[in-house]
Design a protein around this ligand. Structure first.
Ligand SMILES: C[S@@+](CC[C@H](N)C(=O)[O-])C[C@H]1O[C@@H](n2cnc3c(N)ncnc32)[C@H](O)[C@@H]1O
Ligand code: SF4
Ligand code: SF4
Length: 378
């Protein structure tokens, strides 16, 4: 064990309590590989979108490339899930595409609530007014997440003219009708790094109660797009330094706000617990599943669609969950490439699944901080 901090993978004496916590979380996650426990469900409500963001990992635009589930079909799939799992333990994240384009959204959310499930929505916010926020509240939803990709010019450089003010107004509308959890999600690009505090100020002024900072994955339209979407190692370190400082300030000042890193994967003991709480690694196929827009069942909507495990229109969701997802629950293939000799493998499990598959040379957060393979012994 190194006493000097040379790289993200090093551990000093001061890190020992964190090392214990990280190992405990890893052991808990390890048990899910043999005993999966589905508690988090994504519903990709549609692949249609009223925007056409430069970085969109799902390549969404006006028309959907698939036949999307009809109201009765989604409800029937949810019914089987409620019959076969404990619905009260299931949290559904409604995403897309732009979920607010679905006319039956409120009906489906109300159905989830009637089954005992809790839910949130991830939206671009441009269609979110008081009426829609009220309808979501009445349907039983209690959390709204709105994407805010920087200050006005930066946000609109990827999301299009006029989208920033509407998204902030969407946050304000949600707060005005009584939502107490309104989260801003920011895909951090190099251009944001020197004024993350100003971006936080803007989302807080609109009424956000939390901000999640994530990085852009090389998939969908972002795969072919320019380097200005991607953080190089010094920029990843700058982002993580900001998060460490800001989270410590928030704690010290007892501010009623939370800012955290929200990508999956092992960040190294120095950073874990400092820039996000608890175990926030990738649980795809372990406790996380997804109903895609056409009824295919996948682990997470960010995974390549070729990794879907079967259609919930043809087979019962629980049967797919029980009998498929073998690759997700297999450690052997993950212990290859850079992970083969890594002493952190037991804790990390080989990185976040979709990052590993969509950017196979750039999925390790230790490398992404250091820019080289400098994984230290545990
Ligand atoms: C696909 S969108 C769907 C919901 C909604 N249309 C929106 O933009 O918020 C869900 C989240 O993924 C983020 N996202 C989009 N493309 C991404 C990418 N290539 N890498 C990481 N996150 C991405 C969006 O910024 C948004 O916060
Ligand atoms: S990121 Fe969201 S708002 Fe932007 S194109 Fe994709 S689905 Fe639409
Ligand atoms: S090399 Fe693999 S196992 Fe090691 S920290 Fe990176 S992603 Fe995790």
């Amino acid at each position: 064990m190194s006493l000097f901090r040379k790289s993200a993978g090093d551990v000093g004496l001061m890190d020992l309590p964190k090392l214990v916590a990280v190992r405990r979380d890893a052991a808990r996650r390890g048990r899910l590989f043999t005993k999966p426990d589905m508690t988090y469900l994504f519903w990709e409500a549609t692949l249609r979108c009223n925007l056409r963001c430069r970085h969109c990992g799902s390549s969404c635009e006006g028309k959907s490339p698939v036949r999307e589930l009809e109201t009765a079909e989604v409800k029937a799939i949810l019914d089987t899930i409620a019959q076969d799992f404990n619905a009260k333990r299931i949290f559904v994240s409604v995403t897309g595409g732009e979920p607010l384009l679905r006319k039956d959204l409120f009906e489906v959310v109300a159905h989830m609530t009637s089954l005992g499930m809790r839910s949130c929505i991830v939206t671009n916010g441009t269609l979110l007014d008081r009426e829609k926020a009220q309808a979501l509240w009445d349907a039983g939803m209690r959390t709204i997440c709105v994407s805010i990709d920087g200050l006005e010019d930066e946000h609109e450089a990827v999301r299009g003219k006029g989208s920033w003010r509407k998204a902030l107004d969407g946050i304000a509308a949600a707060r005005a009708i009584g939502f107490r959890r309104v989260e801003a999600i920011t895909c951090v690009r190099p251009v944001h790094l020197d004024h993350l505090r100003e971006i936080e100020k803007a989302v807080r002024a609109a009424g956000a109660t939390m901000q999640r900072l994530i990085t852009i994955d090389r998939m969908g339209r972002a795969e072919l797009d320019g380097p200005d979407l991607w953080l190089e190692p010094p920029q990843v370190r700058q982002l993580f330094d900001f998060l460490e400082t800001r989270r410590a300030e928030i704690k010290k000042n007892k501010e009623k706000f939370d800012v955290r890193f929200s990508c999956g994967g092992f960040l190294g003991v120095q950073r874990e617990l400092k820039i996000r709480p608890g175990d926030s690694q990738c649980f795809a196929g372990l406790c996380v599943a997804s109903i895609l827009a056409d009824g295919q069942v996948s682990a997470c909507p960010s995974l390549p669609r070729s990794m879907a495990q079967g259609s919930a229109l043809e087979r019962r969701f629980s049967e797919i969950w029980r009998t498929e997802f073998k690759q997700h629950r297999d450690m052997a293939w993950r212990k290859t490439g850079p992970c083969e000799d890594c002493s952190w493998f037991e804790v990390c499990g080989g990185g976040g699944l979709h990052e590993r598959l969509v950017q196979p040379d750039e999925f390790c957060w230790l490398d992404r901080q250091d820019g080289a393979t400098t994984r230290a012994p545990a």
